[in-house]
Design a binder for this molecule. Structure first.
Ligand code: ADP
Ligand code: MG
Length: 618
């Protein structure tokens, strides 16, 4: 028998390694940007076509490479950044494995032009699927330009695995944000499909945050500063009102390298705990400077996770840095709060907690004005075909199957069942059942099988969700009301891209929001039956959810939009309701396709059976 073990050819080994280093276009973007940083560039330009699927190009004015280095840079384990094992404990560069270019060149068509400062001519190298196709002298500016074309051209399975352009682009934006935040003194540009997405001049960090994430952060950033024997902490945290409903702008950098660290995130969140409701995530841009010997950046191949020698102390330091920063802010709350007018959150008094952004809802907004109108006016659609007056009958039949109910006396039979539908309203009035509200949260009424409790907020979310879903599905636009003084909403470039994606859908729901360029959008109309709606809040909520839902498989856009709208526009717990409002709500709920389930899959209704009640008195 012959021996069977063979060394893999380089191109195969490189392709395997590429699987780890380059998962999607954004990973290639990250590697190229980091190489430009390591080359000492002060100006970096990123050019993207088709969300990186067609082209990723990074141009820098860094140190450039010699002819030999240009060729060697594509070899695996070829790096200028470490020489021996002990260097691993003192890494100050972004890269050090010497794997990135080799990996990229294994799965794409790569063209590099590079020239060192002072050299007469530059070098051009073309590599395709690990094969060097061309190497020659060329004229080019000092620095390096690397183009990656047709990523995964030779790995169709990987290429097919890529998500929509939108999703891939937002991953690229994430990487770009991280690098651009970490190096505010470097000038960055980003272009996508010939549109300039970012133009970031060198600025202090605070201005960089604003230039990237929009003017919303102006007046909403608090400096963090803490020096200790172990590490130094600098950066900014967002004031409580800058917190988002989903994990949005949360950045830790260790020695300028972006990292994820759930434990440190917990430390920051804990410091915020008193000021935020459970569901809001504070914004932070925190830089940790630490001796490289104190960390191990090697535990994850894509290097976004690191391990600190002394995790516990880091936790304590992070928490106290955040607390201190928040503390300074709470003694002088009114100054910054009053200057800012675009965001109508009332100033925070001492001891007061910040509620979820829902406080921005108009307190006088009564969704039942709309509900009532719908109940009376809505034509019989599929949705309300189940005779509304008969919901209880439907429900108790359902309940009967599950519970062994004691025999009812005829007197207890729900009245609606025997009322003919053409009965006049006065008679209905007299015979209609009573509703009670408990703690402005639950609606209680008696049913044949016992007592029914309805969660008012979850019920209303269900009603609105089905209402919006139907509109979105049928694509029949809601009536709109033109705005006399159109409101302008500013978005960060990333959010603006997403906004363009959902503009058509929200238009159907009555919000006409037009692109004004440079991240500004104008709200030209709002839903006619709800002119007081808080557009900004709804749109921000939509974008947050849109980002979140890109990771939820199987959640389509209509569902996501309908859910967000329902959540934002629903009446909340704590809202006192009149008899007529409760009746309307319950009727509408039972006209839904899935009345028993909230849009999150929890129950909207609970029944306490007579049996259970009897038992309590035994
Ligand atoms: P690493 O960054 O881990 O060293 P890479 O494969 O990313 O590995 O790059 C290999 C080498 O190519 C680097 O060590 C560096 O010497 C050189 N290089 C890559 N990109 C550039 C660039 N933009 N400017 C100058 N040199 C570069
Ligand atoms: Mg590198």
């Amino acid at each position: 028998m012959t021996d069977i073990i063979r060394l893999l050819p380089d191109n195969v080994a490189n392709q395997i390694a590429a699987g780890e280093v380059v998962q999607r276009p954004s990973s290639a973007v990250k590697e190229l940007l980091e190489n430009a940083i390591d080359a000492g560039a002060t100006y970096i330009k990123l050019i993207i076509k088709d969300a990186g699927k067609a082209l990723i190009q990074v141009i820098d004015n860094g140190c450039g490479m010699s002819e030999t280095d240009a060729r060697l840079s594509f070899e695996r384990h070829a790096t200028s950044k470490i020489k021996e094992a002990s260097d691993l404990f003192n890494i100050r560069t972004m890269g050090f494995r010497g794997e990135a270019l080799a990996s990229v060149a294994a799965i794409a068509q790569v063209e590099m032009k590079t020239k060192r400062i002072g050299d007469e001519t530059g070098t051009m190298v073309v590599v395709e699927g690990s094969e060097v196709k061309l190497q020659e002298a060329c004229q080019c500016p000092e620095g390096t330009s690397i183009s990656i074309k047709n990523l995964f051209f030779n790995v169709p399975a990987r290429r097919n695995f890529l998500k929509s352009n939108n999703v891939e682009l937002s991953h690229i934006l994430d990487e770009f944000h991280r690098v651009a935040l970490a190096f505010p003194d470097i000038s960055f540009e980003m272009h996508h499909n010939n549109n300039e997405v970012f133009h970031l001049p060198p600025t202090p960090l605070k201005q960089r945050v604003i230039n990237i994430f929009g003017n919303n952060y102006n007046q909403r950033l608090l400096p963090v500063l803490l020096e200790s024997g172990i590490c130094n902490i600098t950066g900014f945290i967002g004031k409580p009102e800058a917190a988002k409903k989903t994990k949005g702008d949360q950045f830790f950098f260790v020695n300028k390298r972006y990292i994820r660290h759930p434990y440190l995130n917990h430390a920051v969140s804990t410091a915020f705990a008193e000021l935020l409701t459970e569901k809001a995530y504070p914004a932070y841009f925190i830089f940790i400077e630490i001796d490289p010997k104190e960390i191990d950046i090697n535990i994850h191949p894509t290097k976004t996770e690191i391990k600190f020698q002394d995790d516990k102390s880091m936790y304590a330091i992070m928490k106290s840095a955040t607390t201190q920063s928040l503390g300074k802010f709470s003694i002088t709350p009114s100054i910054d709060f009053t200057i800012e007018t675009s965001f109508d959150v009332p100033p925070l008094r001492k001891g007061e907690t910040v509620k979820q952004p829902t406080i921005k809802l108009n307190p006088d907004y009564n969704p039942f004005d709309k509900l009532k109108k719908e109940t009376l006016e809505a034509p019989l659609t599929v949705q309300n075909k189940n005779n509304r007056e008969n919901w209880e009958k439907l429900y108790s039949r359902h309940a009967d199957n599950q519970l062994e109910l004691p025999q009812m006396t005829p007197k207890e039979q729900p009245v609606q069942q025997i009322i003919p539908s053409n009965m006049d309203s006065e008679a209905l009035q007299m015979s209609e059942k009573q509703y009670f509200q408990l703690h402005s949260t639950f609606i209680i009424t008696s049913v044949r099988s016992g007592v029914m409790l309805i969660h008012q907020q979850l019920a209303h979310e269900r009603i609105l969700f089905e209402h919006f879903s139907e509109i979105l599905e049928k694509r029949v636009s809601c009536p709109r009301q033109k705005q006399l003084f159109p409101q302008v909403i500013e978005f960060s470039p990333a959010d603006a891209e997403l906004m363009k994606e959902i503009a058509e859908d929200v238009k159907i729901l009555g919000f006409e929001i037009d692109d004004f360029g440079l991240g500004s959008f104008v709200v030209n109309s709002v839903p006619a039956d709800d002119p007081d709606v808080n557009v900004k809040q709804i749109i921000e909520g939509l974008l947050e959810n849109f980002k979140l839902s890109r990771s939820v498989v199987g959640q389509d856009k209509n569902t996501m939009i309908a859910k967000t709208m329902a959540r934002t526009m629903s009446l909340k717990r704590g809202k006192p309701l009149q008899q007529e409002e409760m009746r309307s709500l319950v009727d509408q709920l039972f006209a839904c396709k899935l009345p028993h389930t909230s849009i999150e899959g929890k129950p909207t209704i609970s029944i306490i059976s007579l049996e259970e009640l009897e038992r309590k008195f035994k």
